[in-house]
Design a protein around this ligand. Sequence first.
Ligand code: ATP
Ligand code: MG
Length: 585
Amino acid sequence: MRDAIIHKTLASLRVAPNMADWNAAREAFSWDQVREELGASADDFNIARLAVDRHVRGAGADRIALRYLPAAGEARMLSYAELQRQTDRFANGLRALGVGKGDRVFILAGRIAPLVVAALGSLKIGCVVTPLFSAFGPEPIATRIGIAQAQVLVTTEALYRRKIEKMRDTLTTLRHVIVIGEGDTASSVAGALDYASFIAHAAETPPPVTTGPDDMALLHFTSGTTGTPKGAVHVHGAALMHFATGRYALDLHPDDVFWCTADPGWVTGTSYGIIAPLLHGVTSVVDEAEFDAERWYRILQDEEVSVWYTAPTAIRMLMKAGPQLARRYRFPKLRFIASVGEPLNPEAVWWGQEVLGLPIHDNWWQTETGGIMIANTPALDIKPGSMGKPLPGVDAAIVRRHEGRVEVIEEPGVEGELALRTGWPSMFRAYLGQDERYRKCFAGDLYLTGDLARRDADGYYWFVGRADDVIKSAGHLIGPFEVESVLMEHPAVAEAGVIGKPDPIVGELVKAFVSLKQGIEPTEALRMDLLGHARKRLGAAVAPKEIAFLPTLPRTRSGKIMRRLLKARELGLPEGDISTLEGSE
Ligand code: ATP
Ligand code: MG
């Protein structure tokens, strides 16, 4: 029955193509050409200068770079010229403190404009930047600062008081703390610098520091869906990827208003919340507030967002809030929607088409890849449930690990591990402090992603599951995503998480955890109905044998469903390292 999902190719779901011939564009593509277009060279290659200063030298100085929406109060605008001034000042401020190339700057703040300034300013002088998720509690913050030996922390007064103050003495690597005051008042944290006066007193001239494409730029921690988060190291050269993918996967043009809803604490929030849109000279919306369905629809409407990049978890929450709410708003400027982070169920692609008037384009990448690798793009027909095709400059393959060797599977339709040919510019260069683990990700010139997928005859890639999550039941390999997608088609279901539960006869039996839409009761009759629905759609071998109702599913701090936790709970095991859940507010 899986064919019912897979073979629904929908030319009707194609939005205006951003290039005439996808295959020709892939063939003609070269990284040198992208480098030339950006005006970057081997001895002067800096993400922040390319993202900001480049536009100020050209016609874009007065264009709005950031439209910052505080949780309460008026929107604030920051032009490219102003962003250049502020980032230069921040950079010079750091230099005056003796902070320089290679030093680690951590930024713990919500989605606010100073976070963008601090990140870009630090990059300008070759510091390595790590934005931290602001809802982390003290423990995950301290662990990450410790791993990275961070020298500088930029944070807000409220976050400092709540999370840092009590443990400040234990953070021995930190030489400087810069605190952003609340509203327009200066911070009064003893022993720390006030952000506003730090900027005000620094020189405005461009800092005389150059970086190269292989200099370290960003340190991002993974989401911790499968275990302890890893610190992935990225370099300035990654900007080539951010620029190219901004064009091919997100279709960014300078007159766009772009909204990436990811938090900068996760790689998407930096690569696409900050860097890619600025490289393209677009206006980025930065919303400080937490998710609220009504506020989000209002932002899409009132800010006249044209390109929107969000995540399945957010889309599921909007779906849960019901279509009536969406119909109170109009989105005439919206022309492209993309999603990343988890598999996007076909149901969600359709929901976009029906409720927002546009389908949702799923794309795939990881903290390790630094940028989008596989995507449903405006130039391609969408196959709902597929991640799309490898972008120009990206070579993907399906491989099988066999007796210590890695074999590329050429024939279509076969499940295997998703691999990428090394050489794309935003590839991670290390797992900080875990060299052996890094080495193990590679076989020859292939990077092994740890995700299972298959490629169809048209070259589209289909996510099967993480290698760790795949279920082996009575000789079948079952990807949880396929089962979850079918459960999501049922009108009562808001979310589903599927695991393999050890079973003496079949090895593992398929068990589903389901949360229901608002106002729906978890009754025995509904459970039977769901079991029947799944059996009809998937067949008895793949359909869940057990379904349990949960009010909500456990997630990582970045919002992903944590199947390993569902499994640990099912088995009554210790929940392992759940540092991504622990220690939050
Ligand atoms: P950890 O590596 O610590 O377990 P994580 O893998 O969730 O955490 P990220 O780098 O944030 O950390 O997420 C990348 C992973 O998210 C991918 O490897 C994949 O499993 C999943 N993912 C991202 N986008 C998609 C997508 N479009 N479809 C399916 N899965 C996706
Ligand atoms: Mg991962």
